[in-house]
Ligand binder design. Sequence first.
Ligand code: RAM
Length: 973
Amino acid sequence: MTHLQVTNLTCEYRTNPLGIDLNQPRLSWRIESDRRGTLQRAYQVQVSLTETGFENLLWDTGVIESDQSLHIEYEGPSLVSRTRYYYHVKVWDNFGRESNWSDSAWWETALLDSSEWQASWITPNPEEIHPQAEPAFMLRKQFELKKQIESARIYATGVGLYELYLNGNKVGDELLAPGWTSYHKRIQYQTYDVTENLNIDNNVIGVMLADGWYKGNLAWESKRHIYGEQRAVMLQLQVRYDDGTEEVITSDPTWKASTGPILYSEFYHGETYDARHEQEGWDEENFDDTAWKGVVVCHPPVTSIVAQENNPVRVTETILPISSFVTPEGDTVIDFGQNMVGRIRLTLNAPADTEIVLKHAEVLDKDGNIYFGNLRTAKQTVKYIAKGTGTETYAPYFTFQGFRYVKIEGYPDQENGLPLENLVGEVIHSDMELTGEFETSNSMVNQLQQNIVWGQRGNFVDVPTDCPQRDERLGWTGDAQVFIRTALFNYHGGQFFTKWVRDLKADQLPDGGVPFVIPQVVDGASSAAWGDAAVICPWNVYLNYGDERLLAEQYDSMKAWVEYIRVQGENEYTWNTGFHFGDWLGLDGKEDSYYGATPNDLVATAFYAYSTRLLRDSATVLNKTEDVQIYGELLENIIEEFRNEFVTKNGRLAVSTQTAHVLALMFDLVEGKVRERIAHDLNELVLDHDFHLTTGFVGTPYLCFVLSNNGYHETAVKLLLQKNFPSWLYSVTKGATTIWEHWDGIKPDGSFWSDDMNSYNHYAYGAIGDWMYRVLAGLDMDEALPAYKRIRIQPKFGGKELTFVRASHNSMYGKITSSWNLTNEEVTAELEIPANTTAQILLPYAKLKDVKEGVKALVEVDGVIDVYQTEDGVAMEIGSGSYRFVYPNERGIGLVYTPDTKVIDILAYEKGAEVLGSYIPKIESNTSILASLKKLKISELVDQPLTNLSIEQMEEIIEKLNQVERETVAVEQ
Ligand code: RAM
């Protein structure tokens, strides 16, 4: 029996989504096959209103000859709101096999038309509860249901943040609903299946309501009420009875309101919870709410209400503290061992009125005291006042903190302190699917990868933020743009970025300019490399997931950005005006300046070219032929202008910063001999700094990439492995568990950069992850066939400190793995290619005759479509399946002896050679040379013992070693 199966059915990136408000949702699936080289030849999708049988079909595609397995648009009869649609899929493959029908999956429509909202926005009566009162509001409604319930849904949204309760329990596990969007233009609602939570009898819905992004303190200067001055909620419960009748309970003026235990809640500043103010049973029947106040209908300034687009924010992991200690200043501090974002769940047994205060911070200073300076005005303080009735447990509702350490005040048992297990760190972020894994033989690089992932988790709390701890936490466009490609390796960001780029489009200015932060909450717009997020982000979602619909949807916004730039500069092809962040935080700038040394007009014109190129490519994808022409020409002109302005007559760059060279190379602004020279000069600039970078936000993400791809891969690897300041691993040596905003967030002497702007959880420099995946592990795609329809695996090895690299990525088609293990004798490549894709592979330095897959020589291997020898190794095209290729390692370690200086260099060589170290043996005797060699763990250089050799013979051997191939260099590491 062969095996061909359709799995992982998704609708709009989601498994069985509850609240879809699209008329033509898109369906995708994966294929599992026990045969290599499986491709889909045809598919059939059926949609039905009943789960079993699929007899009463609503839509049947029939057999469609196509290899498309992603984003098949539903094209059946018009969808109806609040209805569950079941679907299943069958495929035929290139071997003539037919799969069974897949298991059925479903999507459920929410409210397809805004006229279906029967509910009113309500808020506590302002006469009775002041709208600006700090405590979270509580609202409740008791109602009766009389018949057997078939199904029930709540559709809910709020201005401010809300949590929903039903008959004594929280509904759903989402946090921080309704999420952060450009509220005036778009606000999300959530759909909850509450069928199981209702009683045939009395029921109570409760709502808790806080300020959140809508009206809490957001951005600097104690700004608040950015979107409005009044919290409100709108929800409707739709009940369908067994007899087919329906009933709707809505938010309306009959609800009651009160305040309760949450006295204060702010993102930046934390929460105060007074358990003595709890109103037990407030969300249950028989609660006496006579003292509660009334509510009124209100009209918050929102226009379009859309179904939840993003993955909900949830607690995704819990962390236990690793230690507790008293600092030199006498504070009791708990260490969670990881700079995390979320909240602490506190359990305690304390007398009534005990006030416990938790102050969260990211690092300790050089004396070991807890450091709050970098939080600026953010207080990150959580207070809990005990009611004293036994064991109490609490975690903040409407706030989150960025912290590794927490200072505890007020615990009554000073002597023994609070038991560590009474504090649990709950990690909070948008609950995206983890899709990437990256691991090497180098533990510090592995820690770097972990830091990148933690940086992403902490800053993907509904919108991509710069940092999660200080009084900022905003959707900085530049940061999102530099990090998106790495982000999409690590996590499935299809929904996350779909939502965010829609907000970008919503907040884009009439002239096409793009605000610095999205959603827009601070003044200022349109810096180069920041505003370019308008183009770069949708393009990356398209590349990773093949999402043409989003690209089409965003196209006007992308174009508006390029057209905006076009009218900015002194001529149409340059951007040399206005304010820019430039190579933000570049180290080559003036002392203590935020601005790097690369001139703004170079950065701006380079990004202008890049965005224009991506716009042209998007036009190509979307068949906008006229625009392909227009933006193709524009691109050429910008490139010409760039060269006129920044490339000298003899072909070098007029600006001598690393970042300038990086951009010219990365965005293909130079070619041929000029390109070679600029690559060479970039390498020199790195060598000038003894293998250190000087780049900021703009140059850093691409630095290693352009070095590797222009003949200086070894330099790139050295930069990665560099441990002293400034470098990626420098922060690792300082114990970092996330990515820092500044290369010198903590300086070598232990002092801090400054309080001003010093986040220890800022993902931008984590953009190196893209190079780690795409170059070190070589896991990449052919961009002409996006979403990894045609995979590319072409690693560049990382030398002796990186003899093992394994990356995997769960693509829309399935899992891709690229794993490379190098011993002195062999290279082993373990590859996994999902069905319905093909892959172009390079086995670096391999010789065709030497490569084996199992016991077979390459030409006989099942799944290998094409194979040929190239200068760089063996190139292949392979079909889906798992493979294990083995071939002799052409790399080795050799010695070069320079008689003049009496220096022996120890080399690692592949094609070129990299000097690992040098030493001068005391040439007193052969024995001492041998001893030195042994010390270096290089022995058995030749068949006969070295001790028998004269100096002359030794020199001869070394000379020979210098020329010969690996066979003569038996190596021991
Ligand atoms: C800082 C942010 C962010 C950066 C801007 C320019 O305030 O933290 O990372 O994009 O400045």
